[in-house]
Design a protein around this ligand. Structure first.
Ligand SMILES: [Zn+2]
Ligand SMILES: [Zn+2]
Length: 258
C-alpha cells in the first residue's frame, strides 16, 4: 500500500507533516495550535481520528507549539528524545502520553517504522527521520545547519525526501536582520541554504527516489522562485527531471502519493 505525504504547512510560523497509509496516520511535529492543526487537516481531507501518533524532532516552537494540546485532545501517543521532552516539560508543551527514544534508535508508530538520526541544529537535541511502510521510505530533515555524513547516509535512496531549503545565502547576508541572527542561521548549527540542499542532492538521490519536497523556506531570506529555479537546475544537471518536485510554504501542500 502506498503512503500519502501531507504537509500541513512549513516555515517559521509552523511545521507539521502527516504521513498516511491505509487508515492510520503519523504526524511529524505539531508547530500549529490545535485549532489551526484541525483546520489544516480538514483542508487536506484528513480526519484527525486517523492520526494515531505524533513524533517530535526538537523543541523549537515552530515544531511543538501545538504538541501537548493537540496530542492530549486526541489521547495520542507522542514520541520525543529525553532531552527534547525535558525542554517541552519546561515550556509546558509536553504531551501526556510520551514515549522517550534515543537519537539513533528505531521504533514503530501508527503502523510505520521510524528510524531516527541526529542532525546539527541549535536545539538541545534535533533528530531527522526515515519513516517507512513496506517498500516506501520517506526521509525527513527539516532543521539542520549542514548535511552530515550520517544524514546523507540515512536519506540516500529514500523514495521521498523532505529536506530544508531555508535561505538564499546572499539574501540572508544582505538582510537587515540582527547580525547575531544572521550568524546563527548561517552557522553549522543553523539552517540549510538552498545551495547546500541542492548540493546534497548529488549524494542523496538514487534511482529509488521519486519525490523531493523542499521545506522550511525563510519568509524574509528566501523566495519560492529562487528555490524552484535552483532545484530544477540541479535535477536537470543530474538528469533527474523525472523526480516530482514540490515546494512547501506556509499554506497546506496538497497530498503527494507515493
Ligand atoms: Zn529549529
Ligand atoms: Zn524550524
Amino acid at each position: 500500500m502506498g503512503v500519502g505525504i501531507s504537509i500541513l504547512g512549513s516555515g517559521s510560523s509552523g511545521n507539521s507533516i502527516v504521513l498516511h497509509s491505509g487508515n492510520e496516520a503519523l504526524m511529524i511535529d505539531a508547530g500549529f495550535s490545535r485549532a489551526e492543526t484541525l483546520r489544516r487537516l480538514s483542508c487536506l481531507g484528513i480526519s484527525p481520528s486517523i492520526v494515531k501518533a505524533l513524533v517530535l524532532s526538537h523543541e523549537h516552537g515552530d515544531h511543538c507549539k501545538g504538541a501537548r494540546v493537540f496530542a492530549d485532545s486526541l489521547d495520542m501517543q507522542a514520541f520525543a528524545t529525553s532531552q527534547t521532552a525535558k525542554e517541552l516539560m519546561r515550556k509546558n508543551l509536553l504531551p501526556g502520553r510520551i514515549s522517550l527514544f534515543e537519537a539513533g534508535s528505531d521504533f514503530e508508530a501508527a503502523g510505520f517504522r521510524v528510524r531516527t538520526f541526529q542532525v546539527p541544529h541549535d536545539a538541545t537535541e534535533t533528530v531527522g527521520f526515515v519513516v517507512s511502510s513496506g517498500e516506501v521510505s520517506i526521509g525527513i530533515a527539516t532543521d539542520l545547519g549542514y548535511v552530515t555524513a550520517l544524514c546523507e547516509q540515512r536519506l540516500r535512496g529514500c523514495s521521498a525526501i523532505i529536506i530544508e531549503a531555508n535561505h538564499d545565502v546572499r539574501m540572508q547576508m544582505n538582510s537587515d536582520r540582527n547580525p547575531n541572527l544572521i550568524r546563527r542561521v548561517l552557522g553549522r548549527n543553523g539552517h540549510l541554504s538552498n545551495d547546500s540542499a541542492a548540493e546534497a542532492l548529488e549524494r542523496i538521490l538514487t534511482e529509488r527516489t521519486k519525490v523531493l519536497i523542499l521545506v522550511h523556506l525563510s519568509r524574509d531570506c528566501n523566495d519560492y522562485e529562487i528555490v524552484e529555479k535552483t532545484m530544477r537546475r540541479k535535477l536537470a544537471d543530474m538528469k533527474r527531471e523525472d523526480i516530482l518536485l514540490e515546494i512547501a510554504t506556509d499554506a497546506p501542500l496538497p497530498t503527494v502519493h507515493i
